[in-house]
Design a protein. Structure first.
Length: 286
């Protein structure tokens, strides 16, 4: 599980198995050029991108004016870290790759062999190790340190790279409920049914603070209409760029599938003390 930023929308320390995407082999991958992040950005270009995104400015405003940029390639996944002098944990730790997939559903997209190319966030941590959690900014599941408030800037830059490099979109796999909520603007689950369950979960969380709702999900204090415990299953969310994928996520078939599940699903959240009572009889995933 990722830790740090609110919401940390990746897959933690390594890649997860695909849920709604089917990996496609498109031939031998081009050899990664040494020292280039994602095979394109040398250290100077990468720092310029971070400056243009105002990310380094944000870090300076948080008390980190001197930041070193470290890029590496680990097991086929590109890793970017931003490090501050005298601070052991990275302020940013991003793992990303470029991959091609088929949608696992709907069948007609699979049968037409529509291959999508994505920039994939395999893991993302954004954190401020010098700050403490407060009542106003409480710890969220998986966090070790408070976030930096820079998630939007990072995602915007990644989406711009995806567009510049001819991708169909940006994919992230939220490891927790709060991560998906933070991604919800601009992202959607690739499965209409999964999107509908997520919408129902958000609806039934009501006015609860995000931290309370996310801890309830993480601690098994949410049950569905059949009194089955809800369990979060990380799955792909995509920010689509113009093209077939965006048309799919905006299609009547996708919207109808989401609405049908959303309208029949219901969830009940219990406070922490209620979790000591009788255990729900089974487990349901998102």
């Amino acid at each position: 599980m990722t830790k740090g930023e609110r919401p940390s929308p990746g897959t933690g320390k390594g890649a997860r198995e695909c849920v709604d995407l089917v990996p496609v082999e498109t031939g031998p991958a081009p050899a990664a050029r040494a020292g280039l992040f994602l095979g394109r950005l040398d250290p100077a270009a990468l720092r310029a991108e971070l400056e243009e995104a105002s990310l380094l400015e944000v870090l300076a405003g948080r008390g980190y004016p001197l930041v070193s940029v470290r890029a590496s390639l680990e097991g086929g996944v590109h890793r970017l870290r931003l490090l501050a002098p005298g601070v052991a944990p990275p302020l940013l730790d991003l793992r990303a790759s470029e991959s091609s997939f088929l949608l696992a559903a709907p069948p007609r997209l699979r049968l037409r062999l529509e291959v999508f190319s994505f920039l994939v966030v395999r893991g993302l941590v954004l954190q401020d190790p010098r700050r403490d959690f407060t009542a106003q900014r409480p710890r969220l599941p998986g966090q070790e340190h408070p976030g930096l408030g820079a998630l939007g800037r990072v995602l915007d830059r990644l989406l711009r790279w995806a567009e510049d490099w001819g991708k169909d979109g940006l994919v992230a796999i939220p490891p927790s409920y709060h991560a998906a909520v933070m991604l919800d603007r601009g992202f959607g689950f690739l499965s209409g049914e999964r999107q509908g369950r997520f919408q129902a979960l958000r609806r039934d969380a009501g006015a609860r603070p995000l931290a309370d709702a996310s801890w309830a999900v993480a601690e098994g204090r949410v049950v569905d209409g059949a009194e089955a415990r809800f369990r979060w299953e990380p799955a792909e969310m995509a920010a689509p760029l113009p093209g077939d994928l965006r048309r799919h996520l905006a299609s009547p078939d996708y919207r109808d599938a989401a609405a049908a599940v959303r309208d029949r699903a219901s969830y009940r959240f219990s406070p922490p003390q209620a979790s000591q009572g009788q255990s729900p009889r089974s487990s349901r995933k998102l």
